[in-house]
Structure formats: C-alpha cells, structure tokens
Design a binder for this molecule. Structure first.
Ligand SMILES: NC(=O)c1ccc[n+]([C@@H]2O[C@H](COP(=O)([O-])OP(=O)(O)OC[C@H]3O[C@@H](n4cnc5c(N)ncnc54)[C@H](OP(=O)(O)O)[C@@H]3O)[C@@H](O)[C@H]2O)c1
Length: 262
C-alpha cells in the first residue's frame, strides 16, 4: 500500500510514520506539513527519528499525495477540506482522525466520499468504539432514571475541547436519549439537573494521552465506564488498520464500526 501522511510532522503524524515504516506491506510515498512548518524540506524519517526514508515533508498537497493510494490525516480542522478536495481529485482514499471539524469539514467528508473511500473517526481505537456500544447498551438497560455525564482528560497541549471522543460518546448517549443536549461544564446558579442534559467536563494537564469516563448515575448506584489510552501508538495502529480497510475500497463514508464489522 502506497501511503501519504497529512499533518506528517505533528505528534500523530510522526507516530504513524514510525509504525508505517516498520510495516513490510506499506510504502510511505508522501508527507504533507503546514506551510509554516520548520520541518518542511526535511526527511520525514529523520524527523521521526528512524533514519532517512527519502521522503521530504512538503507543504505542496498535490505533490505530497502524488502516487499515494491512501492518505492518513492527523492535522487541524481547517486543513481538512483542502486535503479532501485534492484527495478526491487524485483518487486517494482518506483516513482522517482530525477532530473538531465544523460544518464545512463534515460537508467536505461527504463530498469527497462520492469519489473515494473516506473513513473519519475522532478516535481510532477499537476500545473506544466498544465503549460507545457499551454505553448505548447500558443506558437502554438502565432506563430513564439514570443520568449520563462525561469526563475527558488530556495532555496540556491539546488545543480543542471537548475532545472528539467525548462528542462520539455523547452521540452514543443521544441514540438512547434523542432529546438530550450537550453542556460544556456547569457554572453559576444552573438549577437542578434536567433529564435532557449531558454535561461534558474537560480536564487538561501533563502528558495524559486520553482518558474518557462515562458516568451513568442512578438512584442508589452508579456505573463508571472508562477507557484509558496509554500510548499514542494505539491511535497510529488504528489508523493503519483503517488505511488497510479503505485501500481499494469503493467510494463512500466508512466508520470504525464498519472496519470491525459491528
Ligand atoms: N482520531 C484519533 O484517534 C486521534 C488521536 C490523537 C489525536 N487526534 C487528533 O488529530 C489531530 C492532530 O493531533 P496531534 O496531537 O498530532 O497534533 P499536532 O502535534 O499539533 O499535529 C498537527 C499537525 O498538523 C499540521 N498542520 C496544520 N495545518 C496543516 C496543513 N494545512 N497541512 C498539513 N499539515 C498541517 C500542524 O502543523 P503546524 O504545527 O505548523 O500548525 C502539525 O504539525 C488533532 O485534531 C487531534 O485532536 C485524533
């Protein structure tokens, strides 16, 4: 599989580079970075600490995707529509893990999926997919007396909140509580909790890769369903598995659930 990376010099981009290089069936053919990235023009293997790969980081999207069959994207929300347009034009399947996409980003996913396979997931781990399925199942079994709230914890350099994974878990809750709305924390005289609330709390600090707990709080008892990511490699592994999944797949929108067959 001929692979390009978008957001190649970021934390996730370099983690994917290291794993992809170690995979015998993957050939890294392109590495796209931002136009202000000091890594521009440098070998992506050297930036990742694994020696020269003969692939320079470039801000030229068209050139970076040239010859690729799949591109893995971990960049920033504003860069995603541009990537999708070029990938669709050059017939490169897309795996994107970039979070905090706005309406135009989500529309761009749909548009590109008319031309190529597109898998976007705010969390590439199998564990989070299973957590979302468990949350939905638990809420159905526990019934309306139980309240659902989410706490997410991430490293101090994370720039968006709430995390994409918290939103993913909130969507799982909304499958059972269609009228629920997401609150981002609480402050002041907010009054008693209503049944239609899902509050999400973001904790930031240190080097936490990503923890998510869904609290299901009922009368006299509570469940706390937690996922802890202990290594960024987890997401890189998931992204490579997703890349194999979209490789040579027909155009369309795909999710981790499709990859797992759930
Ligand atoms: N789905 C998952 O499982 C998962 C897991 C971890 C992280 N994420 C998400 O993945 C994204 C990246 O995370 P990270 O921790 O790797 O962040 P990061 O270290 O900040 O990396 C992002 C990279 O994207 C680059 N970039 C910005 N604009 C670009 C453009 N127009 N073209 C190409 N590259 C561009 C940035 O360059 P500059 O620094 O020059 O701006 C930076 O090198 C975030 O949205 C994060 O929430 C998702």
């Amino acid at each position: 599989m001929k692979l390009a990376l978008h957001g190649a010099t970021g934390r996730m981009g370099l983690a994917v580079t290291r794993l992809a290089h170690a995979a015998p069936d993957i050939d890294i053919v392109g590495a796209v970075c931002s136009s202000v990235d000091p890594g521009q023009g440098h070998d992506i293997g050297e930036l990742a600490g694994i020696g020269t790969l003969g692939v320079e980081a470039t801000a030229d999207l068209g050139a970076g995707l040239l010859g690729a069959q799949v591109v893995i994207d971990f960049s920033t929300a504003s860069a995603v529509p541009g990537l999708l347009a070029v990938a669709a034009r050059q017939k490169v399947a897309v795996v994107s893990g970039t979070t905090n996409l706005d309406v135009s980003g989500k529309q761009a996913l749909e548009k590109a999926s008319e031309s190529v396979a597109v898998l976007w997931a705010p969390n590439m781990s199998v564990g989070v997919q299973v957590l979302a399925e468990l949350v939905e199942q638990a809420l159905r079994r526990l019934g309306p007396q139980f309240d659902a709230e989410i706490v997410e914890v991430h490293h101090r350099n994370k720039v968006d909140a709430p995390s994409g994974t918290a939103r993913r878990l909130s969507d799982a809750i909304k499958l059972v509580r269609a009228d629920a709305r997401e609150l981002h924390g609480r402050a002041g005289e907010v009054g008693a909790r209503s049944n239609a609330e899902i509050a999400v709390f973001g904790v930031r600090g240190g080097d936490v890769v990503g923890d998510h707990t869904v609290y299901l709080l009922g009368p006299g008892e509570r469940l706390e369903l937690t996922h802890r990511a202990t290594s960024r490699e987890l997401f890189a592994h998931g992204a490579l598995r997703a890349a194999h999944f979209v490789h040579n797949r027909k155009p369309g929108r795909y999710a981790i659930a499709d990859m797992l067959g759930t």
